[in-house]
Design a protein around this ligand. Sequence first.
Ligand code: GTP
Ligand code: MG
Length: 285
Amino acid sequence: VMGPTGSGKSTFINSFVPSGSSSGIRVGHSLQSETSKVQPIELDFGNGIRLRLVDTPGFDDSREGITDFEVLSMIATFLETHSTLAGLIYMHRISDTRMGGTARRNLRMFHKLCGQDSLKNVVIVTTMWDKATPEDGERRERELISSETLFKPLLGEGAVMCRHDGTRASALGIIDYLLRIQDHANTQIVHELLYEQKTLEETAAGTEIQAELSAILQKHTADIKSLEEELRSETAASTKDEIAVQKRELELSVDKLNKQIEDLKRRSGTFETKWVKDLCILHSS
Ligand SMILES: Nc1nc2c(ncn2[C@@H]2O[C@H](COP(=O)(O)OP(=O)(O)OP(=O)(O)O)[C@@H](O)[C@H]2O)c(=O)[nH]1
Ligand SMILES: [Mg+2]
């Protein structure tokens, strides 16, 4: 289950957990991202169907403590070691008035990670219908479906889109759809890593992260230059101080970006699987 922070991934997974037991999956209560690990839980439906649902952190460059590349490493490692993936669920909040930068970034990463072949195993799930009026929700849904820069390219290659109303029945319907698909999902990232022997940074998704980091780096470097020029021409001491503070913030950000790019090169291809939390086995009636 993938998608931006706060799109309802953990809530969706927890809707399968019988009341009284705990999945260990936490649902967020703030704007901060809550999930920071790829976390599988196993459900036993008691009729021969055992299902593993995997919670993932969204891509979110503002989050402290874990970089997008680490998120990608975790997801890639999981996919690499689990070849019988039935499908991928991508969650999107219909209540968002516009598709912001982070939402677009998550969608781009998701698309690069899936490639084309696995899109028939993809369900795009819109959530938070209760937080939008029916008219607004429907209008936004039409836009998401018809826009070339939003979900249209995925829908054109076999992905489907559906509404989730937060109930267990609706969540079950989504899982049921995925379980009926004959073929397992062959994601592009696994193909690149296993068959094309690429390092993680060379994959389409890895390249996307690098390109984004480089673009932000370039912008920050240009901004620092123009602040330096402003500093030279500015005479008022208080304004000079303000500019200096802004410049310092950007310099810190540049240091962080450079470190991330270095990390990415150093660690690519050597990531390990120890992050996978112990499976939490739950029995659901
Ligand atoms: N109103 C409403 N709130 C919802 C719905 N689904 C989830 N939420 C709330 O939205 C918040 C975020 O939900 P999470 O399930 O933690 O989202 P997430 O995608 O796991 O977020 P991260 O772990 O941060 O990536 C929580 O407070 C949920 O209770 C919904 O359909 N309607
Ligand atoms: Mg979560």
